[in-house]
Design a protein around this ligand. Structure first.
Ligand code: PD2
Ligand code: ZN
Length: 283
């Protein structure tokens, strides 16, 4: 498909839609329906609304952006000091904000987390924003468990490393979640933030505010499959033991392009540890 060009007429039309109070997702859908490629439509929406949004974010139906966890990538370092470990910066992307780290965990730490989690695994549930509860969900065919924050010395050490790496307080983090995928298991694309429009969201946010960032750490490497995917931008991150993918979202909106999923495991098994970072202290 050839690349479509954003015209001045399209920009004017986008601003007019925003001024008329149409939400960006509605405008995006209208653009898609009239033949605009999703990536081009998103680019056009974002670029056009940027200036307009600084003052009119809420009026345009977009939540106001907030400060998010982030590694200090000033001067493009190849390594970052995470306190007790030097971590490689393998890849960065600006939109969505994605950073791939190498060697965040040692092989021994990965194996120890798996063995601590194994006896506590249960079929994964997802947070249900309709009610604020959780439920078994066919989009997620893995099994998993949560550690409490700083539940044991290993979790505490890894959490301190993450806090230093992403410059975000330990107490704003949820406990580590471990997921185990067998062949065929996957986690279909989703957003990790809580949808503000859903009835159960206020109850979820009462515990520490929105999720602002996700760190998925790979505890082993499956023989085939199991990448973490970002369908909005066609990115796939290979699950290599000890490496991790971090992404942040400065507002709970699809404009962050942080739709992501766990591709089906084709051969072997996949273990990950996920750390979600909240706005405030998570109780
Ligand atoms: O296991 C993964 O690659 C994955 C993909 C998407 C994990 C999560 N989301 C998550 O834990 O939120
Ligand atoms: Zn996720």
């Amino acid at each position: 498909m050839s690349e479509q060009q954003v015209t001045p007429e399209l920009r004017q039309w986008i601003v007019a839609q925003a001024q008329a109070g149409h939400k960006p997702e509605v405008v995006l859908e209208a653009m898609r329906a009239s033949g605009w490629q999703e990536a081009v439509a998103l680019d056009a929406l974002e670029a056009t609304l940027k200036g307009f949004l600084a003052e009119h974010a809420q009026a345009a139906g977009l939540p106001v952006p907030v400060v998010v966890p982030a590694p200090d990538l000033t001067d493009s370092p190849l390594w970052l000091d995470a306190g007790d470990r030097q971590v490689q910066v393998l890849m960065t992307l600006h939109h969505p904000r994605v950073v791939v780290f190498g060697g965040l965990l040692s092989a021994a730490e990965c194996e120890a987390l798996i063995e601590l989690a194994r006896p506590r695994l249960a079929r994964s549930e997802t947070v249900q924003t309709e009610t604020g509860g959780s439920e078994v969900n066919p989009v997620r065919t893995s099994s998993g468990m949560f550690f409490g924050r700083e539940e044991n010395p290993l979790c505490a050490q890894i959490e301190a490393r993450i806090a230093r790496l992403l410059e975000w307080p330990i107490e704003n983090g949820e406990g580590l979640q471990i997921l185990h995928y067998l062949p065929g298991a996957e986690y279909k694309p989703h957003h990790d933030y809580f949808d503000p429009a859903k009835a159960g969201t206020p109850a979820i946010l009462a515990r520490g505010g929105q999720r602002l960032g996700t760190l998925v750490m790979y505890l082993n490497a499956p023989a085939k499959g199991g990448a973490t995917t970002f369908p909005d931008v066609g990115l796939e991150v290979a699950p290599i033991q000890g490496n991790a993918v971090f992404f942040s979202y400065d507002r709970p909106h699809l404009i962050t392009r942080t739709l992501h999923g766990g591709a089906p495991v084709v051969a072997g098994e996949k273990w990950v540890a996920t750390k979600w970072l909240r706005e405030r202290r998570f109780e």
